[in-house]
Write a protein that binds this ligand. Structure first.
Ligand code: SAM
Length: 359
């Protein structure tokens, strides 16, 4: 956690925020620090009735409201070993078999690390070309036109490359700080390792449960402007109006409450700020309860179950009863997003790109 980001963004206690109270966190202890970056430490909520503690692990502050539940579900990522050689890791992967927690973690890492960083791999991998999400971000930035000043939030940043792209894009625009935020610790660690260690290391899925470890140097531009935190993009723990720009790339259909996520962006954007949204509306009942989907059901209703129509209706003037009065549709487009699964398999989504302006 960069001290510059902590001091500028002034994160709030996520637990207090749930009950509508804004309590800025304090940095209580630093156990390991390097050049203005807290690697291990703890943040405290000063509110007498709360006093919650939030750890900083490997440079990543864990700013989630229900920390016990989060840690319980992420024990492997928090406390598991990261020092095994690739051969032994592969052998243990064979023993665990497909569908194991390790297999699932590796698949997620493989997919997003490849797309975000694979263009810098000196030994390009088979199975398509990386950079799909970066192209989507480029299109959204072009659609958005001139960019507002102020810090930038990259919600659901995954392996972090888009956060560096955003830093590059806003560099001439006052050099705003960029915060990459996600709930996946494995991906955040990868992003932090690119940031602080100048290396990208990840398992690339070749076939079945065969993963090949890739490791190479990276030097993303303006990395002193970028940081990565673990937080819920549906409850961003910041004061209203903190950010000038917020990207939500392929995230809307990955959160429990898409409306809550959009409302969170509305709250933390400053007047005149922009939200850059991109989504394939690939709903899954296990992640988002169907009643929270935007479309994808109720084909007899006003929007005929069309997710894009529901999103439009939720933006100011769109006519939805739960419309977000503070977000106005500024521009939209359609695009393709290709996601690599393994050497011989990819999924191609048709994604909806939307630029919304904070009224
Ligand atoms: C489909 S991936 C897209 C990643 C990246 N933006 C891209 O397009 O390559 C969704 C990402 O959102 C993260 N995510 C899911 N729910 C989240 C939440 N509530 N808050 C923050 N991140 C979340 C996931 O861990 C994952 O990295």
């Amino acid at each position: 956690m960069r001290l510059s980001h902590f001091e500028t963004l002034k994160p709030l206690c996520p637990r207090c925020l749930r009950r509508g109270a804004e309590s800025p966190l304090s940095l209580a202890s630093v156990w390991k620090e390097q050049g203005g970056v807290v690697l291990e430490g703890v943040l405290h909520c000063p509110e007498a009735a709360c006093r919650s503690e939030y750890p900083v692990v490997d440079g990543i502050p864990l700013l989630v409201a229900d920390l016990r539940d989060f840690c319980t579900r992420n024990q492997l990522s928090l406390l598991g070993r990261a020092d095994l050689g690739p051969e032994l890791e592969g052998l243990l992967g064979d023993c665990l078999g497909p569908g194991s927690a390790q297999d699932s973690r590796n698949q997620v890492l493989s997919t997003y690390a490849f797309d975000h960083w694979g263009d810098l791999d000196p030994a390009p991998a088979p199975g398509g070309s990386p950079g799909a999400v970066r192209e989507l971000l480029g299109r959204l930035l072009d659609l958005a036109g001139s960019l507002p000043a102020g810090p930038v939030l990259d919600a659901g940043c995954a392996a972090g490359r888009t956060s560096f792209d955003l830093a590059d894009r806003v560099h001439g625009n006052g050099g705003a700080l960029v915060l990459g935020a996600d709930l996946n610790l494995d991906l955040l660690r990868l992003a932090q390792s690119a940031l602080l260690g100048g290396r990208a290391a990840y398992p690339l899925r070749r076939a079945g449960i065969v993963f090949e470890r890739r490791e190479f140097a990276v030097a993303p531009p303006h990395s002193d402007q970028v940081d990565f935190w673990c937080l819920d993009a549906a409850e961003p723990p910041f004061a209203a109006g903190t950010f000038g720009l917020a990207a939500s790339l392929n995230l809307v259909d990955c959160v429990a409450s898409p409306h809550g996520h959009l409302a969170g962006l509305e709250r933390v954007l400053a007047p005149g700020g922009r939200a850059l949204l991109c989504t394939p509306y690939d709903w899954s009942g296990g992640v988002t309860a169907p009643e929270n989907w935007l479309g994808g059901h109720s084909q007899r209703g006003e929007w005929r179950g069309d997710p894009a129509a529901v999103l439009r209706s939720l933006l100011a003037g769109g006519g939805h009863p739960a419309a977000l009065a503070g977000l106005r549709l500024a521009a939209e487009a359609e695009a393709r997003w290709r996601v690599r699964l393994h050497d011989r398999s990819s999924v191609v989504y048709a994604v909806h790109l939307v630029v919304a302006e904070r009224a």
